[in-house]
Design a protein around this ligand. Structure first.
Ligand code: IFM
Length: 457
């Protein structure tokens, strides 16, 4: 039977992030994050867009929870904004900021939806940028742990699924660049690659300290995860020689060797360290133990991948450039490689040797050039095509016994897509920004049917 049925208990959800949807940048005593400053700087964000209003979710969260009910999800992943909780980055806790998340979480729970809270999705307090340059300083890790303590001690009675940090590469390696202005994210021009790797090392440390803080403070048993967008190597075809090449290449693809490796194995990949030489970060005694915390799950964000084949060269593999005209969604990097879902899951289990670790797809989705038609509908069949192929690939992983436990679509609604502003729409709900009207797209109905049948439709 080719019904693509998922096992009973498979978790279906949707994901968002604070700066991308909340708006209300000055409400409730919140102070600026680095993204407020970055987006206010001319030329940084497409069309000069900012997250100042975004989807106004801060004021419309009840309507948005109704949307989740309509969709049929029982799990919702959102993030908590550090500058709402501790507006100066360190020091006094702003209870008004905490209250917003209490209201949101209570509303979710009243509707039978389990909250999964990410503690950091890139909106760090500007005050810490001014004080010590954010992730350039080791102090950031300790301030983050204090913020996490403040959150978990106030919300731990309502939330038992925690995710520490989202996509370390994106706010470190895309935000700190050597001898040029980093184009994509808030950060700093630095003078060596070592300094860039130092920022991600500090973020890993922040993750480790946060895990310890959550486990110490949480009043009940809870689940703790890291969320990473590891770079996925996909064998050009599934013959042993290319599979072997893809596994080897996984170490040096993107930032894998210095982010997912230390987080899940307790060591930077030797292949990466050899490549980096003097540019490897300084690692203090005890850091790797702190970073390598026991986790209840890995959150895996997956959008695309890189083809690899075996090669007769020193390393035994080569990364393949895509041909002109290779199909992609509405982002320059969003090449359509649905097999990356399966191979990413398999690499976590096999290449990283973590077959014990449950995996959640914490983001998967795409940008499309959505339009509202004369009937007032958005018929995004291209998004359905993309999502359906990825879910089939997830189903393959489950049916082969890999420990995939759930799936969160990115995103519940269109939102502020960072340096691309509102120009790129990733939602299964269309946001008409001038009126803030929510219009469920065709992909929303398709996803609801998948959830209803616990299968790919
Ligand atoms: O919108 C982002 C999200 O914040 C992090 N992961 C990738 C998404 C699409 O670019």
């Amino acid at each position: 039977m080719s019904s693509y049925q998922f096992p009973e208990g498979f978790l279906w959800g949707a994901a968002t992030a604070s700066y991308q949807i909340e708006g209300a940048a000055e409400d409730g005593e919140r102070k600026p994050s680095v993204w407020d400053s970055f987006s206010a700087t001319p030329g940084r964000v497409l069309n000069g867009d900012t997250g100042g209003v975004a989807c106004d979710h801060y004021h419309r969260y009840e309507e948005d929870v109704k949307l989740m009910v309509q969709l049929g999800i029982k799990h919702y992943r959102f993030s908590i904004a550090w500058p709402r909780i501790i507006p100066d980055g360190r020091g006094a806790v702003n209870e008004e900021g905490v209250d917003f998340y209490k209201r949101l979480v209570d509303c979710l729970r009243e509707h039978g939806i389990t909250p999964h809270a990410t503690l950091f999705h890139w909106d760090s307090p500007q005050a810490l940028e001014n004080l010590y340059g954010s992730w350039q300083s080791r102090e950031m890790a300790f301030d983050f742990a204090d913020y996490v303590t403040a959150v978990v001690s106030r919300l731990g009675d309502r939330i038992s699924h925690w995710m520490t940090i989202n996509e370390i590469t994106c706010f470190t390696h895309l935000g700190y660049a050597v001898d040029k202005e980093p184009p994509h994210a808030p950060g700093t021009r630095v003078s060596s690659l070592k300094q860039v790797w130092q920022t991600s090392h500090h973020a890993l440390l922040a993750h480790g300290l946060a895990c310890q803080a959550i486990r110490t403070i949480s009043p009940a048993r809870c689940s703790v995860a890291l969320v990473d967008n590891l770079s996925v190597t996909v064998p050009i075809h599934e013959s042993p020689v290319h599979i072997k090449a893809a596994k080897k290449a996984f170490h040096t693809c993107g930032e894998n060797g210095g982010i997912i490796f230390p987080a899940l194995t307790g060591a930077y990949s030797p292949a990466l360290l050899e490549q980096l030489g003097v540019n490897a970060p300084d690692i203090q005694e005890g850091d790797l133990e702190t970073i390598h915390q026991p986790l209840d799950a890995l959150g895996f964000n997956i959008y695309t991948g890189t083809y690899v084949r075996a090669a007769d060269n020193e390393v035994g593999y080569e990364f393949l450039d895509l041909p002109k005209g290779y199909p992609r969604m509405h982002m320059p990097w969003l090449n359509i490689l649905p097999e990356s879902m399966y191979w990413g899951i398999r690499h976590i289990s096999e290449t990283l040797g973590r077959e014990d670790l449950p995996i959640l797809i914490t983001e998967n989705g795409c940008a499309s050039q959505d339009e509202v038609n004369v009937k007032g509908e958005v018929i995004d069949t291209d998004r359905i095509m993309y999502l359906r192929q990825h879910l089939k690939s997830a189903h393959r992983a489950v049916s082969e016994g890999y420990p995939l436990k759930g799936y969160f679509v990115w995103s519940l609604m269109d939102n502020f897509e960072w340096a691309w502003g509102y120009d790129r729409r990733f939602g299964i709900t269309y946001i008409d920004y001038p009126t803030q009207q929510r219009i469920p797209k065709a992909s929303f109905d398709w996803y609801r049917e998948c959830i209803r049948g616990n299968r790919v439709v």
